[in-house]
Design a binder for this molecule. Sequence first.
Ligand SMILES: [Zn+2]
Length: 456
Amino acid sequence: MGWSMNRMIAAVLALVLGTRAGIAQDAGLAAAAGADAQTLVIRAQQLIDGSSDKPRRGMEIVVRGNRIVAVRPVNSAALPPATRVIDLGASTLLPGLIDTHTHIFLQGEDPAAGGYDVQLLKFPASYRVARAVVAARRALEQGFTSIRDMETEGAGYGDVGIKQAVEEGIIPGPRMWVSTRSISSTGGYPLEGYAPEITVPKGAQLIDGPIEARKAAREQLDHGADWIKVYMTHRSWLDAQGNLVSQPTLTVDELKAVVDEAHGWGRKVACHAYNGIGLQRALDGGCDSIEHGLELTDAQVAQMVKQGTWYVPTLQVYYTDWDPADTDAGKRDRKRAAVHGVSFTKALHAGVKMAFGTDVGGFKWSDPIAEEFSREVQFGMTPMQAVQSATSRAAELLGQRGQIGVLAPGALADLIAVPGDPLADVDVLKNVQFVMKNGAVFKQAPSAAPTPCSCR
Ligand SMILES: [Zn+2]
C-alpha cells in the first residue's frame, strides 16, 4: 500500500497545487544553522516562551537557518549587516503550537453528508489524499507547526506519504508524527451495521489474540508508524442508573504485546479509552498516553501519576454534534461531556501529565482548532498552563523537549504571533497572524497571507 499511495500522492499533488512556486517558502529544506545563513530578527510587544511561568516584554528572537540562536532584549546586541527585521508590533510571540491528536484523513462526520461511512465507502483514495493535503495546510495556517496524527481511518499508510511530502517541501504542512492504521479488535471499530454477507472496509486494523496484535504492530512500525494507536474502548451508552458504560476491546495480553513491540522499536503507544474496564486495561497494559479519558476514577488518576501516563483529553469535540436531548444517544452525549470536565479538573489537580489535543478531523478542518484552549481554561487550567499544554508539554509527550514548543536558543525556529494577549483571552489563539516553521515565514497577515482555504 505504501508504494502505490506515495505515487498517488505525487499525482494528486500535481492536480491540487498545479505548481510548487507559491509554497516554496515553506520548504522543510531550510539550511541548518550556519555562519553564512541569513539572520532574521522577530520582534513583538510580548513573548511567551512556552515553558516560563511569565511572559516577557521588549524581547527579540534571533533566527539563523532553521534554528533560534538567541532570545534577548531588543537592541541588546548589534545586528549583522543584511539582517532582516520583522516587527510584529502589539502582538504576542509564542512557540509554534502542537496538536497531539489530529486526523488529517477525516473531514468531519456530518451525518447529513454521509457521516463516517461515506469517507470509507464512496471517497476515492485520491480524493481522501487531496483533502488530507488541505488539512495539513489548514493546521499550519492556524499556527499548528507540529501534529501527532492519530490514524488514517481506513486510508492505510497515507499519512506516511503526506509526512514525507511535507518534509521534502513539496506541500506546506506541520511537522508530523504519524500512527498509520491503528489497532482494534473484531467488533471494535466501524464500519458496522452492514449485512454479514458483505465485506466492508474497517477504519482500523482488527486483531484477535496477542500474536495478531504483535504482528499488526510490527507491520505498522515497518511501514513508518511513529506511534501506535490502539482503541481500548469502542461503543458507549448509559446503563439503567444513568452511568456511562464503554465496551472494552483489546485484552491486557493483547495490549501488552503491542506495547512490548512498540517499546522495543523505541516508539510509544497512544490508547483511545473512554472509561471503565477498557481504560483500566489501557493503564494495566502500559499505554503511554490516554486519549479522551472521559471518566477517570481517583484510583486511575493515581495510577496515571505513578506510571507517568500522559492524558490527551480532547474536550471540545465532545460538545459538538449532540443528538437530541430526549434520545438515548443524546443523553449519552451530554453525560460524556459532563463527566469529562470533572475528570480533566481532577487530573489537573493531581498532577497528571497533560497535553493539548483536539481530534480535529472528527470535526471539520475549517473550524478553529484553538477552540480547545477555552475548554481547558473552563475546567481549571490557567491560560499559561493551556498555552504550555500545546507547546512545551506537548513537545515532551513527543520526545522533543527543547527542540519544539519552546522559544529558546537551540530550538527549531517554529513560532507564531497573535494580536493582543492570550493570557487575558485565550481565544486570540484562534487568530494567528504570523507563522514561521523551520526558519521560513509561511504566513504574515495581512500582506503575505496565503490564499485563504475555501475548504468545507
Ligand atoms: Zn481521534
